[in-house]
Write a protein that binds this ligand. Structure first.
Ligand code: R5P
Length: 311
């Protein structure tokens, strides 16, 4: 087997290759003067089981194109099996038509990856589980929950915990984390706008008074959802609020918004390479999921069970 990397998250790719105790495949993924992507693989991959690590995070289109061109290069070099390891699957939020004459871009991206020549996909915390079904090739969706639960136990294990979903859509994810935390109780932030034009009211379903609240979500982008939820929880009497989010998209002024929020701490994983601002923030901590991905890659290569990683 071989591990190859695009440029979107080289530190994670290197950490995965260190876990597997094998070097990254010697390849260059670079740009021509006009910014077209060019990939050249400098070693033989004929007949190999190759894993290409590339998150389609910002700049999403460039990183997606790198992934597709890496897959094409591998296919034309006669790799036996190509697995697209996409720790952060961009465009995932466009997984349905929000209105007439709109695209389902997550499906289009899934088609592109398949058509480029991927035989399998490995992703982490897909925005919606159904996205697995957008691929007509085997797709493993890993969960960051075990890594998060271990960290929460270490940091907050002695406190009265409450796992909180920042919206109604995230309840399944929150319930599965709560289960890993000795069946901690669950609360939900329910955003309501009674009439158009009225400002949003945050209702908390569950009694969070005196509890250390752990907000859980798959993505933090602008930070609006999370920072508002943290404030609502503090207003409802929570003892403190920390957030565990798999994908730190953190666009625009999100890092500053988090720094000025009621959040005690934001914990993200390294599915997306942290920016300098993220790394410099004393309110944001990054957990690595390289061992989890590395172990899943090893099991796929050995054709052993991936799901048992989460038992
Ligand atoms: C939405 O369904 C997602 O799970 C996140 O809650 C959302 O993407 C967060 O976005 P933002 O940080 O911009 O509020």
């Amino acid at each position: 087997m071989k591990i190859m990397a695009g440029n979107s998250n080289l530190p994670l790719a290197r950490a995965i290759s260190a876990y597997l105790e094998m070097p990254l495949t010697d390849a260059s993924v670079r740009r021509f003067a006009d910014e077209e992507v060019f990939v050249e693989i400098h070693e033989n991959v004929r007949g190999e089981d190759v894993f290409v690590v590339q998150s389609t995070a910002y700049p999403a289109n460039d990183n997606l194109m790198e992934l597709l061109i890496c897959i094409d290069a591998l296919r034309r070099a006669s790799a036996k099996r190509i697995t697209a390891v996409v720790p952060y699957f961009g465009y995932a939020r466009q997984d349905r038509k929000p209105g007439p004459r709109t695209p389902i871009s997550a499906k289009l991206v899934a088609n592109l990856i398949t058509q480029a020549g991927a035989d399998r996909v490995l992703a982490v915390d897909l925005h919606a589980g159904q996205i697995q079904g957008f691929f007509d090739i085997p797709t493993d969706n890993l969960f960051a929950a075990p890594v998060m639960a271990a960290d929460i136990q270490t940091r907050y294990g002695t406190q009265e915990l409450m796992v909180v979903s920042p919206d109604v859509g995230g309840v399944v994810r929150a319930r599965s984390l709560a289960k890993r935390l000795n069946n901690a109780p669950l609360a939900i932030v329910d955003k309501r706008r009674d009439r158009p034009g009225q400002s949003e009211v945050m209702n908390i379903i569950g009694d969070v008074k005196g509890r250390m609240c752990i907000l859980i979500d798959d993505i933090i982008d602008s930070g609006g959802t999370l920072c508002n939820a943290a404030q609502a929880l503090m207003d409802a009497g929570a003892a403190g609020v920390s957030a565990y989010i798999t994908h730190g998209v953190l666009s625009g002024g999100a890092v500053a918004r988090v720094s000025n929020s009621a959040l005690k701490e934001l914990v993200i994983t390294d599915t997306i390479m942290p920016t300098e601002a993220t790394a410099a923030s004393d309110r944001i901590r990054v957990l690595t999921i390289a061992p989890l991905i590395g172990e899943a890659v090893r099991r796929i290569a050995d054709e052993s069970s991936v799901s048992s990683l989460f038992d």
